[in-house]
Design a protein around this ligand. Structure first.
Ligand code: PTJ
Length: 248
């Protein structure tokens, strides 16, 4: 039991959830390593949703609001960390939820589907089609979901699949705390924020933006520049490190 007044309570609870996820066969051991890398970046970003993340979150919501077939892709880390929030976001944006994992087995996908169903999510996971040009298991997709999607939200992604999704004509929104990653540089919109903050923030934005005109939403997308956002994220890290050094 982690005491509520522990200065790193939030971070420790998140770790516990992931460890529990491993015990349940939902999250992988590799997922724990990936989370550790994410935590390190979050630390040097100040563990807050910064302005560059907010701009990307707003654009991501705008793209999903205008999409014909928006899909939220869920892996083992996302499933365990934010299942209820994913459901809420998908409902507001009228998006489908599809289970798509790197470390694939039918049993694991079934476990994730069962876990998500406890939150009222009927996740797509038929695995009845494949994305061409990708050798990892992430090529296995659902013909009602990612295969026909025009916009895909992919939290904690690997660069290869991001590239293939783009080659298949999809707009890709990544959530990745590492602004230097291949995924971050490959995606159309990169949200450099922790998934546990990013999804709730997107829900808040989606509620605000739902009643905007199409023209206003299009303008948000038109004026967005992902390279600029990544460069602001890197500046954010440098700024945070310098500020911390000055305060020593
Ligand atoms: O469940 P599976 O089988 O699909 O596997 C999932 C992992 C995460 C193991 C797999 O996709 C993987 O290996 O991912 P990578 O290539 O390590 O990339 C994960 C990225 O997510 C890294 O750049 C991390 O910095 C970032 N990341 C980790 N935790 C978070 C995060 N970004 C946002 N929020 C987090 N909580």
């Amino acid at each position: 039991m982690i005491p509520r007044d522990h200065p790193r309570y939030e971070s420790l609870v998140t770790r516990e959830k992931l460890v529990e996820g491993v015990k349940m066969g939902i999250t992988t051991l590799q997922g724990l390593i990936a989370h550790g890398r994410g935590e390190a970046f979050d630390y040097i970003l100040g563990e807050k949703t910064k302005d560059f993340a907010l701009k990307a979150e707003k654009t991501a919501v705008a793209m999903m609001l205008l999409a014909k077939h928006p899909v939220i892709s869920v892996n083992g880390n996302t499933a365990i960390l934010v299942p209820d929030k994913i459901k809420e976001l998908a409902e507001i944006l009228n998006a489908k939820i599809e289970i798509n994992v790197f470390h694939y087995s039918k049993e694991r996908v079934a476990k994730i589907a069962e876990f998500l169903s406890n939150f009222g999510i009927d996740a797509l996971c038929a695995g009845d089609s494949e994305l061409e040009g990708l050798s990892s298991a992430r090529r296995i997709v659902d013909s009602r979901g990612i295969l026909i999607a025009d916009v895909v939200l992919v939290p904690l992604e690997d660069g290869d699949r991001c590239e293939i999704l783009k080659k298949n004509g999809k707009k890709v929104i990544a959530i990745d705390l590492n602004p230097l990653s291949r995924t971050a540089r490959m995606a159309d919109v990169t949200i450099v924020d922790n998934i546990i903050r990013a999804i709730p923030k997107m829900i808040e934005l989606a509620k605000e933006m739902m009643n905007m005109s199409q023209g206003e939403i299009e303008e948000i997308i038109r004026t967005y520049d992902n390279k600029k956002i990544l460069s602001e994220a890197i500046d954010g890290i440098i700024g945070y490190l310098e500020e911390t050094r000055r305060s020593l």
